[in-house]
Ligand binder design. Sequence first.
Ligand code: VGL
Ligand code: ZN
Length: 198
Amino acid sequence: METRALVIVDVQNDFCPGGTLSVPEADRIISTLNEYIRRFKAAGLPIYATRDWHPSVTKHFAEHGGVWPPHCVQQTAGAEFHPDLSLPDDAIIVSKGMDPNEDSYSGFHAFDDGGTDLATSLRSRGIQHIFVGGLATDYCVKWTVLDALKADFRVTALIDISLGVNLQPHDSERAIQEMVAAGASVATLNQMLMPVPS
Ligand code: VGL
Ligand code: ZN
């Protein structure tokens, strides 16, 4: 059984230029992201996409005690995936951030349409190694990677398709250091052989 999957984190309109919590230049990772999608698809490997999927009232938002402007509110255009992202029809979408009392940065707090959480879904497919990239390096990518390692998955962080919010300068660099210290590998597209090395 194939044991690897691509996990794309939160490539949604609100995190891209023009969105309410936009990561600078986020739209510039999309062509590379689409190339990863093509390669995983060609190798017959599953593609997961997480999405931030908040209720309009949540303590995650500044107006209710959190730190962020409203973003990725369920059923709004800002919560849709970026229109240039070429997700295949069989991509598995997992949603997180629905609990108004939790930030839920990690993809491991996300559930598919049937209510199955990400770890259970990955394990049910025999996946042991995930390749993670997206938005934002210093929040959802980082927490997804750290939780994956805690749950005993092997993890490769795809640093050429990840960009950060950088509330403090260098937050993204620090996030990459934390991921590596916790056991993640890092890679970029030109270092990937397909089929992806296990
Ligand atoms: C994220 C801040 C707030 C992310 C989500 O996807 O990294 N960041 N909500
Ligand atoms: Zn959020």
